[in-house]
Design a binder for this molecule. Structure first.
Ligand SMILES: Nc1ccn([C@@H]2O[C@H](COP(=O)(O)OP(=O)(O)OP(=O)(O)O)[C@@H](O)[C@H]2O)c(=O)n1
Ligand SMILES: C[C@](O)(CO)[C@H](O)COP(=O)(O)O
Length: 229
């Protein structure tokens, strides 16, 4: 049976959030964003081995946070790089199991639910990869040379994480030289020649990017607590 891994990328500095401490360490309902994220994977039935990519200068800060919150789950620590691409690559290099399925997930998507994680591992086992994505709720227009044209909304997906791949796909993909068209792992794997498979995501699986996203995440979590889930 193949082993599951999850690379949680937390190597960013959160420039759009604008806080002194990067957004992955900010508190949402009393717990750092990154702890919510790690717990979602830890509590999933897929039970992946966790690899956490953290900025070099924040390893000690994270250790202190773990002590404060008595946070003791097992994971392997990797050092994040200058770009998300480099952070994924550094974490991936710690995996040697060629039969594994590997999820890559943004640390700053703390509202991912464990059932969706499991469904994505299941689909990746069948099709080679599974990319969590949602249909656009808004109408879509594309602007080119000053002219905008409507696009078919049902053909447009907004891509989230986790994005789960067979080992061999990530291996070949991350041998490529970095390009700034690589905005996620699906774009890297696609450029390496693999077909990409989507799985329906969750509109609550937001990425914490701007200050208002913290308040939105807190409201969603409160709603889940009130609903008992
Ligand atoms: N060098 C980097 C850059 C980003 N990330 C991670 O990739 C995820 C998505 O990136 P983003 O939201 O862009 O995070 P930041 O780069 O921190 O934010 P900003 O672009 O506003 O600086 C985050 O979990 C972030 O920590 C990473 O591991 N290493
Ligand atoms: C990987 C990602 O979260 C998928 O939506 C997104 O592409 C990250 O983009 P960012 O520019 O690093 O925020």
């Amino acid at each position: 049976m193949s082993q599951n891994y999850a690379i949680i990328v937390a190597g960013g500095s959160g420039t759009r959030m604008g806080t002194t401490v990067p957004k992955q360490f900010l508190s949402v309902n009393g717990l750092p964003v990154l702890m919510h994220t790690l717990l979602a994977f830890y509590n999933s039935a897929s039970k992946p081995h966790l690899i956490l990519a953290l900025p070099k200068g924040f390893h000690d800060y994270w250790k202190q946070l773990c002590n404060t919150h008595n946070f003791n789950i097992d994971y392997i620590l990797a050092t994040g790089g200058e770009t998300r691409f480099q952070s994924v690559k550094a974490a991936f290099e710690l995996i040697s199991d060629h039969n594994s399925l590997i999820a890559v997930h943004d640390a700053v998507r703390p509202l991912i639910n464990s059932q969706l994680i499991d469904a994505a591992y299941q689909q990746a086992a069948e099709t080679g990869n599974a990319i969590v994505a949602v249909k656009s709720r808004d109408s879509i227009r594309q602007l080119k040379n000053g002219l905008s044209a409507s696009l078919k909304r049902d053909e447009i997906y907004l891509v989230q994480t986790p994005q789960i791949f067979q080992y061999k796909q990530l291996k070949r993909a991350y041998l490529q030289t970095y390009s700034d068209v690589f905005t996620d792992d699906a774009s890297v794997v696609e450029a390496a020649g693999f077909k990409i498979h989507l799985i329906e995501g969750d509109n609550q699986n937001i990425k914490i990017t701007f200050p208002e996203d913290i308040a939105i995440a807190e409201l969603i979590l409160k709603g889940r607590e009130d609903a008992g889930s």
